[in-house]
Design a protein around this ligand. Structure first.
Ligand SMILES: [Mg+2]
Length: 185
Protein backbone atom coordinates (compact mmCIF):
# COMPACT_ATOMS: atom_id res chain seq x y z
CA UNK A 1 0.00 0.00 0.00
CA UNK A 2 1.26 3.46 -0.72
CA UNK A 3 2.43 5.07 2.47
CA UNK A 4 3.76 8.30 3.85
CA UNK A 5 6.23 7.63 6.61
CA UNK A 6 7.01 10.60 8.78
CA UNK A 7 9.11 11.75 11.64
CA UNK A 8 7.35 13.16 14.71
CA UNK A 9 9.26 15.89 16.56
CA UNK A 10 10.39 18.80 14.42
CA UNK A 11 8.27 17.51 11.55
CA UNK A 12 4.69 17.24 12.81
CA UNK A 13 5.22 19.44 15.85
CA UNK A 14 7.01 19.81 19.15
CA UNK A 15 10.63 20.36 19.93
CA UNK A 16 12.95 18.60 17.47
CA UNK A 17 15.43 17.51 20.13
CA UNK A 18 13.51 17.97 23.37
CA UNK A 19 11.19 15.41 24.92
CA UNK A 20 7.75 14.48 23.68
CA UNK A 21 5.74 15.43 26.78
CA UNK A 22 5.02 18.99 25.63
CA UNK A 23 4.48 18.06 21.98
CA UNK A 24 1.77 19.93 20.08
CA UNK A 25 1.02 19.73 16.36
CA UNK A 26 2.33 22.60 14.24
CA UNK A 27 -0.29 24.67 12.37
CA UNK A 28 -1.93 22.87 9.42
CA UNK A 29 -0.35 19.50 10.22
CA UNK A 30 -3.71 17.88 10.90
CA UNK A 31 -4.97 19.35 7.63
CA UNK A 32 -1.96 17.84 5.86
CA UNK A 33 -2.56 14.42 7.42
CA UNK A 34 -6.21 14.54 6.37
CA UNK A 35 -5.22 15.48 2.84
CA UNK A 36 -2.87 12.49 2.62
CA UNK A 37 -5.47 10.17 4.11
CA UNK A 38 -7.96 11.36 1.49
CA UNK A 39 -5.36 10.47 -1.17
CA UNK A 40 -5.40 6.93 0.25
CA UNK A 41 -2.00 7.04 1.83
CA UNK A 42 -1.30 4.96 4.87
CA UNK A 43 0.10 7.28 7.58
CA UNK A 44 3.04 5.91 9.52
CA UNK A 45 4.96 7.83 12.17
CA UNK A 46 8.48 6.55 12.87
CA UNK A 47 10.07 8.11 15.92
CA UNK A 48 13.33 7.75 17.83
CA UNK A 49 12.63 8.16 21.56
CA UNK A 50 16.07 7.64 23.07
CA UNK A 51 14.96 9.65 26.12
CA UNK A 52 13.11 6.49 27.21
CA UNK A 53 16.36 4.52 27.28
CA UNK A 54 18.04 7.40 29.08
CA UNK A 55 15.25 7.49 31.70
CA UNK A 56 14.39 11.10 30.93
CA UNK A 57 10.85 10.05 30.08
CA UNK A 58 9.04 6.77 30.69
CA UNK A 59 7.25 4.49 28.24
CA UNK A 60 4.01 5.60 29.92
CA UNK A 61 4.83 9.26 29.22
CA UNK A 62 5.25 8.31 25.58
CA UNK A 63 2.10 6.18 25.46
CA UNK A 64 0.04 8.90 27.14
CA UNK A 65 1.15 11.49 24.60
CA UNK A 66 0.53 9.06 21.76
CA UNK A 67 -3.06 8.45 22.93
CA UNK A 68 -3.63 12.17 23.21
CA UNK A 69 -2.36 12.77 19.66
CA UNK A 70 -4.40 9.88 18.25
CA UNK A 71 -7.49 11.34 19.88
CA UNK A 72 -6.79 14.78 18.46
CA UNK A 73 -6.18 13.27 15.03
CA UNK A 74 -9.44 11.32 15.21
CA UNK A 75 -11.35 14.48 16.13
CA UNK A 76 -9.96 15.96 12.95
CA UNK A 77 -11.09 13.07 10.77
CA UNK A 78 -7.81 11.17 10.69
CA UNK A 79 -8.67 7.56 11.46
CA UNK A 80 -5.54 5.56 10.88
CA UNK A 81 -2.46 7.22 12.19
CA UNK A 82 0.12 4.59 13.15
CA UNK A 83 3.01 5.06 15.55
CA UNK A 84 6.25 3.08 15.53
CA UNK A 85 8.77 3.99 18.18
CA UNK A 86 12.37 3.11 18.96
CA UNK A 87 12.94 3.54 22.72
CA UNK A 88 16.68 2.83 22.56
CA UNK A 89 19.72 5.05 22.56
CA UNK A 90 22.66 4.69 20.25
CA UNK A 91 24.71 2.68 22.74
CA UNK A 92 21.97 0.00 22.90
CA UNK A 93 22.99 -1.04 19.38
CA UNK A 94 19.43 -1.82 18.27
CA UNK A 95 18.22 -2.17 14.67
CA UNK A 96 15.19 0.08 15.09
CA UNK A 97 16.82 3.43 15.77
CA UNK A 98 16.68 5.60 12.64
CA UNK A 99 18.59 5.63 10.32
CA UNK A 100 18.37 1.85 10.83
CA UNK A 101 15.26 0.53 9.14
CA UNK A 102 13.75 -1.65 11.89
CA UNK A 103 10.70 0.58 12.31
CA UNK A 104 10.02 0.33 8.58
CA UNK A 105 10.27 -3.46 8.76
CA UNK A 106 7.82 -3.50 11.65
CA UNK A 107 5.28 -1.37 9.76
CA UNK A 108 5.86 -3.36 6.59
CA UNK A 109 5.01 -6.59 8.42
CA UNK A 110 1.60 -5.24 9.47
CA UNK A 111 0.75 -4.21 5.92
CA UNK A 112 3.04 -4.29 2.91
CA UNK A 113 4.44 -0.88 1.95
CA UNK A 114 4.82 -0.14 -1.76
CA UNK A 115 8.27 1.46 -1.61
CA UNK A 116 8.08 2.84 -5.16
CA UNK A 117 4.99 4.86 -4.31
CA UNK A 118 5.92 5.86 -0.78
CA UNK A 119 7.58 8.82 0.89
CA UNK A 120 9.49 9.75 4.01
CA UNK A 121 9.08 13.24 5.49
CA UNK A 122 11.47 14.45 8.17
CA UNK A 123 13.51 17.33 9.51
CA UNK A 124 16.76 15.62 10.37
CA UNK A 125 19.04 14.62 7.51
CA UNK A 126 21.20 12.16 9.43
CA UNK A 127 18.21 10.26 10.83
CA UNK A 128 15.28 10.76 8.50
CA UNK A 129 16.85 11.22 5.08
CA UNK A 130 19.42 8.46 5.63
CA UNK A 131 16.58 6.19 6.83
CA UNK A 132 14.62 6.92 3.63
CA UNK A 133 17.75 6.37 1.56
CA UNK A 134 18.44 3.02 3.25
CA UNK A 135 14.95 1.83 2.27
CA UNK A 136 14.63 3.51 -1.13
CA UNK A 137 11.73 5.81 -0.26
CA UNK A 138 11.30 9.24 -1.81
CA UNK A 139 12.76 11.84 0.53
CA UNK A 140 11.19 15.10 1.63
CA UNK A 141 13.03 17.33 4.06
CA UNK A 142 10.96 19.92 5.93
CA UNK A 143 12.48 23.21 7.04
CA UNK A 144 10.76 23.08 10.42
CA UNK A 145 12.58 21.61 13.44
CA UNK A 146 16.23 21.15 12.57
CA UNK A 147 15.51 21.11 8.82
CA UNK A 148 17.45 24.27 8.05
CA UNK A 149 20.43 23.13 10.08
CA UNK A 150 20.34 19.80 8.27
CA UNK A 151 20.86 21.68 5.02
CA UNK A 152 23.60 23.89 6.40
CA UNK A 153 25.95 23.11 9.29
CA UNK A 154 24.87 19.46 9.50
CA UNK A 155 24.86 18.69 5.78
CA UNK A 156 28.01 16.59 6.21
CA UNK A 157 26.09 14.15 8.44
CA UNK A 158 24.11 12.94 5.43
CA UNK A 159 26.42 13.77 2.59
CA UNK A 160 25.89 12.07 -0.73
CA UNK A 161 22.13 11.84 -0.24
CA UNK A 162 19.82 14.10 -2.23
CA UNK A 163 16.26 14.97 -1.33
CA UNK A 164 13.40 14.68 -3.79
CA UNK A 165 11.86 17.82 -2.38
CA UNK A 166 12.46 20.42 0.30
CA UNK A 167 9.23 21.74 1.85
CA UNK A 168 8.61 24.74 4.08
CA UNK A 169 6.60 22.55 6.42
CA UNK A 170 4.58 19.36 6.63
CA UNK A 171 1.48 20.81 5.02
CA UNK A 172 3.46 21.94 1.98
CA UNK A 173 5.06 18.50 1.80
CA UNK A 174 1.59 16.91 1.80
CA UNK A 175 0.45 19.16 -1.05
CA UNK A 176 3.57 18.29 -3.03
CA UNK A 177 2.90 14.58 -2.55
CA UNK A 178 -0.68 15.01 -3.68
CA UNK A 179 0.42 16.85 -6.82
CA UNK A 180 3.14 14.34 -7.58
CA UNK A 181 1.10 11.22 -6.99
CA UNK A 182 -2.08 11.97 -8.95
CA UNK A 183 -0.87 10.03 -11.98
CA UNK A 184 0.15 6.87 -10.20
CA UNK A 185 -3.16 6.65 -8.26
MG1 LIG B 1 12.73 15.24 13.98
Amino acid sequence: MRTVLMDLQGTLGGDPIGDITDFEFYPNVLKGLKLLQDENYRLVIVTNQSKISKNIITISNYEAKKSELLKEAKENGIDNLEFYCCPHSKSDGCTCRKPNIGLFDEANKIKKIDIEKSYMIGDMGMFDMVFAHNIGLKKILVLTGVGEGSLKEFRHTWQGIETDYIAEDFFEAAIWIKENSSEIG
